[in-house]
Design a protein around this ligand. Structure first.
Ligand code: MD6
Ligand code: FE
Length: 204
């Protein structure tokens, strides 16, 4: 019997391979379907006016939104309804991974279809960068690129697989990162294919 795969550090970003076992992944997908029923996915527009490739929704006190007015956290879905609560299973994952008593107040849910990607960015809309950001991958494999705190810093890449967790904390909290591409059909977790990425944050 082999245990969970060992933790990896990629330019200071902690990667926990197979952190969430397959049975738990299926339960999380069901939780996230319920979130998406209460707060439907939207394909947001960046402040620069470009429509993002990824579909997004949120749970928790705050949701991350973008439109032509800018990137920010909002207490409501663009439709004007409050975000649903963060699924307890995800709160437990946060507590296990971070060891923190403070709960996250935002759970951003991103859906990638086979051709979606996410450009290199920093997560810097939160009030206090002392709190980590915890990210969970579900579904198809994705090529995750990590750099330093300047856009021009050298980068390294790793394939994130379903159940893997990545943590941006400490010196790597403001590391540039993005998703270059998916490996379509690499997972059977999502019947329609593609990938879900969940990030848990303390936004407020
Ligand atoms: C993704 N991840 O995996 C994109 N952000 O689809 C992120 O943007 C991210 O993995 C903050 C912390 C961890 C992440
Ligand atoms: Fe990010």
């Amino acid at each position: 019997m082999s245990g969970p795969a060992p933790e990896i550090a990629l330019l200071g970003v902690r990667i926990l391979p197979e952190c969430v076992p397959p049975s738990e992944q299926a339960a999380l997908v069901a939780d996230l379907r319920a979130v998406a029923r209460a707060a439907p996915f939207v394909q947001p527009v960046t402040p620069g006016g470009r429509r993002m490739r990824v579909r997004m929704t949120s749970a928790g006190r705050f949701g991350w939104v973008t439109d032509t007015r800018g990137y920010r956290y909002e207490p409501q879905h663009p439709a004007g309804t409050p975000w649903p609560p963060i699924p307890p299973r995800l709160l437990r994952l946060w507590a296990e991974v971070t060891g923190l008593a403070r709960e996250p107040d935002c759970c951003l849910v991103n859906y990638y279809d086979a051709s979606a990607r996410m450009g290199l960015h920093q997560d810097r809309d939160e009030a206090d960068f002392g709190w980590p950001v915890v990210s969970l991958s579900l579904g198809d494999d994705a090529l995750f690129r990590v750099g330093g705190t300047r856009r021009s810093d050298p980068t390294r890449s790793v394939w994130l697989r379903s159940g893997d967790v990545a943590v941006l904390a400490g010196a790597a909290r403001l590391a540039f990162h993005g998703i270059d591409r998916l490996r379509p059909g690499s997972s059977s977790l999502l019947p329609q294919g593609g990938r879900i990425n969940v990030t848990l944050r303390v936004a407020g």
